[in-house]
Write a new protein. Sequence first.
Length: 117
Amino acid sequence: VQLVESGGGLVQPGGSLRLSCAASGFTFSRYHMSWYRQAPGAVRELVATVASTGGTTNYADFVKGRFTISRDNAKNTVYLQMNSLKAEDTAVYLCNAFRATPRSGYWGQGTQVTVSS
């Protein structure tokens, strides 16, 4: 099983980035997919979730209206489009796959996003 994130980097405040998470080794279309983030010294927090079919999405209040999560089940990939980035968005962004029945889940290694002028 692998979840490989990409697309992170350094961006100026107000800029945009698109993160990708490529999945392999499990039936991607049966898993809900989420992006989490963790800043240094902070707890890991949920950013956004997309249901297995892609029909339902949920966002943390601090990214609503700025970030968009999407998935392509044909490519086994989930995306996070991040616009209007702020310094406080700086963190390692991690991809997560979750299935309730039977219960299982996987994590990626993360990709660093740094928002700074």
